[in-house]
Each structure stands twice: as structure tokens, then as C-alpha cells.
Write a protein that binds this ligand. Structure first.
Ligand SMILES: [Fe+2]
Ligand SMILES: [Fe+2]
Length: 247
């Protein structure tokens, strides 16, 4: 794929902002990622915006559970590039307001394998390739492209799967329905944990969303928000089977 003439500035700066001061990802990888994301922005702006929303939530999860999720640069670039294979999907399929026919749905689903292959050809690290290739696998198997149980995949792949679903439910611009509230989307993920999603990834996302929504101590919250805050924190902090080992 020819990337000549594409200005990396906007995407590359956005990646560096999301990395924050604590992370120093490989400069050449960030440049390559910026080029690919600029290409995605020109192909389908909604997929570009979605990619950065997923990156935002993945990095919030990484900050909540860094020991469990491992390398921060992998979290950053894997989530940012998770849908890069959509470069190969026609815009009319990505933007369709109608339910997709079987052939067209397969074409859209092929973005996962295509993204993995694209990143492999560009010699991205294996963990980043795996996020692009396998973020639609399910915890219990039955996802795509391989149908393997996500239990065999690295935590960062399972984390991006949860952040991706949460983002898809809550972001604007989905023509077929109004966005879910964050609480409703987390309830959906909870309902699917252990079947579609890694329970630990769901718990980490709940923690990340809770911390972002309520960074102040509980005493600083209006009375009306305290019960919800406590419920979410207890679920994340007391549900032993849900908790990352690092907590
Ligand atoms: Fe995807
Ligand atoms: Fe996505």
C-alpha cells in the first residue's frame, strides 16, 4: 500500500497525546501508525474517530491495570490500529444504513484478518498484529476470523475487544440506533462476560470508566450519584473472580 504524500501530523500528534508523558513508544512505529491512521481518516472518517475512542478507553484500562495488560506502547498502537483493515472494506459497506447481506457482512468481517496481514507486512510487533487480527474473537470461541477461544489470546487483545464493544455502543454516528449511556453499555458487557468477553477485561473497563467518571472522592459527589458510584466500585473491587491479579 502506497502511503506516499500522506501527512502524519494529526494522527501522530493524537497518538503522542494519548501516550502521555509516561510512555515512549518506538518513534518509527508511531510514525507508521500515524500514516496508516491518516489513510483511514481519508477512507472513512468515522472509522478513524472510532479508532481513537477505542484507544482512549484502552489506555484508561491500561492505566487501571498496567501489570495485567503489559506493554503500554502495545496497548496504544494495538488499539489505535485495531480496525486498520477497514482500509480494504468499501466505504459503501462501512457506511451502510441497511442490514448487510451475507457476502457484504463477510467483506466487513474480513477487516480483522486484513488488518493483521497489513501490519505483519509492515513488520509491526506480533502483539500489535494480534490485536488487529483477533479483536473480534469471543471468550468462548465463535468469533472471527479464527473462531478460537479468546482465553488463548493475550490480555491486551481481550481488553481491546471489550473497549471496542463499549465504544461501538456509546459512540455517536451509528445510524441504526441511538447511543447507549455508559452505564447501559457496561451492563451489556457485564451480561456478556464469560461468554463473549473476558470477565477480567470487563472488570477493568468498569474500573476505568468509573475512575474517569468520578475521579473525586465519594464525599465530593452529589448524593444522587453516590449509590451508583459505590455499586460500580464494589463490583470492580469486591468481585474476586473478576479482578486482575494486580489488584
Ligand atoms: Fe473491528
Ligand atoms: Fe472497532
Amino acid at each position: 500500500m502506497d502511503l506516499g504524500g500522506v501527512t502524519p501530523t494529526q494522527a501522530e500528534h493524537a497518538l503522542r497525546r494519548l501516550a502521555g508523558g509516561a510512555l515512549e513508544p518506538d518513534a518509527e512505529l508511531v510514525r507508521q501508525a500515524g500514516l496508516l491512521l491518516e489513510r483511514l481518516r481519508r477512507h472513512h472518517p468515522a472509522s478513524y474517530a472510532h479508532s481513537f475512542r477505542v484507544t482512549h478507553w484502552t489506555m484508561a484500562m491500561w492505566r487501571a491495570a498496567p501489570a495485567w495488560l503489559g506493554c503500554g506502547a502495545t496497548a496504544l498502537l494495538g488499539s489505535a490500529l485495531h480496525d486498520v483493515g477497514k482500509l480494504y472494506v468499501p466505504v459503501r459497506s462501512l457506511a451502510s444504513r441497511e442490514p448487510l447481506a451475507t457476502d457484504e457482512r463477510r467483506l466487513v468481517q474480513a477487516h480483522a484478518a486484513a488488518g493483521g496481514a497489513l501490519l505483519a507486512a509492515r513488520r509491526f510487533p506480533r502483539a500489535i498484529i494480534d490485536v488487529a487480527a483477533h479483536h473480534h474473537e469471543r471468550w468462548d470461541g465463535g468469533g472471527y476470523p479464527s473462531g478460537q477461544a479468546a482465553t488463548s489470546l493475550a490480555p491486551i487483545v481481550r481488553a481491546v475487544a471489550a473497549a471496542d464493544a463499549f465504544t461501538a455502543m456509546t459512540e455517536p454516528g451509528r445510524s441504526y440506533r441511538t447511543p447507549f449511556s455508559q452505564e447501559a453499555a457496561l451492563r451489556e458487557l457485564e451480561a456478556c462476560r464469560g461468554r463473549q468477553f473476558d470477565p477480567q477485561a470487563v472488570a477493568t473497563l468498569i474500573l476505568a470508566v468509573t475512575e474517569e467518571a468520578a475521579p473525586a472522592p465519594m464525599e465530593a459527589l452529589p448524593h444522587g450519584r453516590r449509590a451508583g458510584f459505590l455499586r460500580r466500585v464494589c463490583l470492580a473491587a469486591c468481585g474476586r473472580e473478576l479482578m486482575p491479579a494486580a489488584f
